[in-house]
Design a protein around this ligand. Structure first.
Ligand SMILES: Nc1ncnc2c1ncn2[C@@H]1O[C@H](COP(=O)(O)OP(=O)(O)OP(=O)(O)O)[C@@H](O)[C@H]1O
Ligand SMILES: [Mg+2]
Length: 587
């Protein structure tokens, strides 16, 4: 019998219920006659406090509250990909069709379509022993993605029956498992509570980079597969565009994109642009490997609070199949604001800037769900978490940025002054960092003859020197600089304009293969070394700076596609010859 009580108090999205002894923390509840979806967030004797995921306008004290006996959970199975959900996994497109543009309250629509048939190919054999994570069979969910149907975690036993190859509905039984407590009928999907990390065998050190095709990221501030990174940035500095770029180009098998509390029009842009993107390898729409979760600023705040857990649980499910998954959450600051609002309604004691004292631990719980793991089935999978942070006024000393920093190991600091100079991506190379460099260095070794670290350090040294020299120039003017330092300024400009800047809207520049990244970097450095020799021989720096080819060097990022980088070699041998000729004239 479901536990039933009555509403005693309503405060925005937070409702108090009486006479509900036995309701559990995190239990899914139906609130009011309209059966709004809610989750228990506090239990005190016979009273429970419930966070309601739908608009509570019109709800009245005295209306009934019913427990479900189950925690707030997501449905995991074929049909997730190409899906667009709200923060508690209600399918947005389906709901839109049912109710028009706005989601009406109390509308129930299952996350995974009940009417779609999937072609199931069995893998497990009758009579075999299986445990959580074991693959029962597969479904080619989209041309880009093979979905593995797994035994849910914490279940083990003997396969009593397994369905034959054929087309099945999501709720059809595809396997029966004889367990110590009876027979379990397994369907094409499973449920998992969103607040609970899915189990794995072992957590592993990060090992390979998540290649994003974004030069400043891959080359200077890489994120490892299974890593956690923050993109903090003030208003309009490029958080959303950077997140989009990662969703489009990262070499993860699955992308989960959480649009969290951003303006409705930003999310519309996602909904319009994502379906247009094509996988560079297969030419297939990238949505075929993508799950979108949207809780825009005009949707209920409590569902926004839940959205990041919904997203990360879906990601872990794909990880458990042995895939690499990347999540973008834009923006975690809007999530934290939802947390703050709910905490206020709960009449909790506020801490820094009104945020609850558990802001930090909640952020920690989220980012700790990133990781590279050995799955229950013994395969390797990863969840990479990329969280945008929108500090008010771009001030990185505010609580969400500060606490996020404790849990992420890479930090791509977007800079308002770079953005206003239209230097995009506006990632500041002096204040950003990545602790994944040591982990991913080995990956670059074959591609760079073991020179990756040395070359990136050299380039960074030039960029740092430029920053120091800028101060000198401010005091004494650039003409007073010694010739070699004039060259440093020139090379740093080339690095900024020809390497660090990357135009998301340019069809060639938008993605740079690792080979192209390295080629561009080493070309600019080769120019620098050769120009340095010329200067040592007495060639004035101004003469080198005025070589017409330098302007071209800065534009190679846009003129040379990733598949044609040998063009860069030809270009460089000409440029270096021109510099050698200047040197010879002098000597
Ligand atoms: N890599 C890029 N290439 C080209 N333009 C870019 C790039 N990154 C950012 N921009 C420009 O900056 C603008 C603002 O970017 P974006 O919307 O991503 O900022 P934001 O930080 O998400 O803003 P908000 O604080 O409003 O959410 C874009 O519309 C675009 O013109
Ligand atoms: Mg944005």
């Amino acid at each position: 019998m479901a536990i039933q009580g009555k509403i005693s108090k309503i405060s925005g999205p937070v409702v108090q219920a009486e006479g509900v002894a036995g309701l559990e923390m995190h239990e899914l509840t139906m609130v009011g006659e309209a059966e709004l979806i809610g989750e228990v967030v506090r239990v005190e004797g016979e009273t429970a406090t419930i966070q309601v995921y739908e608009d509570t306008v019109g709800l009245k004290p005295g209306e009934r509250v019913t427990g479900s006996g189950l925690p707030l959970a997501v449905e995991l199975g074929p049909g997730l990909l190409m899906g667009i959900y709200d923060g508690i996994q209600r399918p947005l497109e389906v709901i839109q069709k049912m109710t028009g543009d706005f989601i009406k309250r109390g509308v129930k629509s299952p996350a995974l379509s009940r009417g779609t048939k999937w072609h199931f190919v069995p893998v497990a054999k009758k009579g075999s022993k299986v445990q959580g994570g074991a693959v029962l069979g597969t479904v080619q969910e989209t041309p880009l993605f093979l979905h593995k149907i797994m035994v849910p975690p914490r279940l083990s036993g003997t396969v009593k029956s397994i369905a034959k190859e054929g087309d099945y509905l999501i709720e059809d039984t595809v396997a029966e498992i004889e367990t110590s407590s009876g027979i379990e009928e397994l369907k094409l999907y499973q449920r998992w509570p969103v607040r609970e990390p899915r189990p794995y065998q072992e957590r592993l050190e990060p090992s390979d980079p998540l290649i994003t095709g974004q030069r400043i990221i891959d080359t200077f501030f890489p994120v490892a597969k299974g890593g956690a990174v923050a993109i903090p940035g003030g208003f309009g500095t490029g958080k959303t565009i950077t997140s989009h770029q990662l969703a489009a180009w990262s070499d993860a098998e699955i992308i989960v994109y959480i649009g969290c509390g951003e303006r409705g029009n930003e999310m519309t842009e996602v909904l319009l642009t994502f379906p247009e993107w094509k996988d560079p390898k297969s030419g297939r729409p990238l949505m075929e490997r993508t799950v979108l979760i949207a809780n825009t600023s005009n949707m209920p705040v409590s569902a926004r609070e839940a959205s990041i857990y919904t997203g990360v649980t879906i990601a872990e499910y794909f990880r458990d199949m042995g895939y690499n998954v990347a999540i973008m959450a834009d923006s975690t600051s809007r999530w934290a604001e939802a947390l703050r609002e709910i905490s206020g309604r709960l009449e909790e004691m506020p801490a820094e800037e009104g945020f609850p004292s558990y802001l930090s631990s909640r952020l920690g719980e989220f980012y700790e769900r990133a990781g590279r793991v050995r799955t229950l089935n013994g395969e390797y999978g990863s969840v990479t978490l990329i969280g945008a942070v929108s500090p008010p006024g771009g001030d990185f000393s505010e609580p969400v940025t500060v606490h996020t920093k404790r849990f992420v190991r890479a930090f791509w600091a977007l800079d308002s002054s770079l953005a206003s100079q239209r230097h995009y991506p506006a990632i500041n190379w002096l204040t950003s960092y990545s602790e994944y460099v040591d982990y991913v260095e080995h990956w670059w070794t074959p591609l760079t003859g073991g020179q990756w670290r040395q070359k990136t350090l050299r380039a960074m040294e030039i960029l740092k020197r430029e920053d120091e020299l800028k101060e000198v120039i401010r005091l004494v003017g650039s003409e007073a600089l010694p010739e070699p330092e004039k060259l440093v300024m020139e090379t740093a400009r080339l690095l900024r304009e020809g390497f660090l800047q990357q135009n998301a809207y340019d069809p060639i520049d938008t993605y740079s293969s690792p080979e192209k990244q390295y080629k561009l970097l080493t070309s600019i450095l080769a120019f620098h070394e050769s120009a340095n020799r010329a200067i040592a021989a007495g060639v004035p720096a101004s003469k080198i700076s005025s070589l017409p080819a330098l302007a071209e060097l800065a534009k190679l990022r846009m003129s040379v596609p990733s598949e044609k980088i040998s063009i860069i070699d030809d270009f460089m041998s000409k440029l270096l010859k021109e510099i050698d000729a200047l040197t010879e004239e002098k000597s």
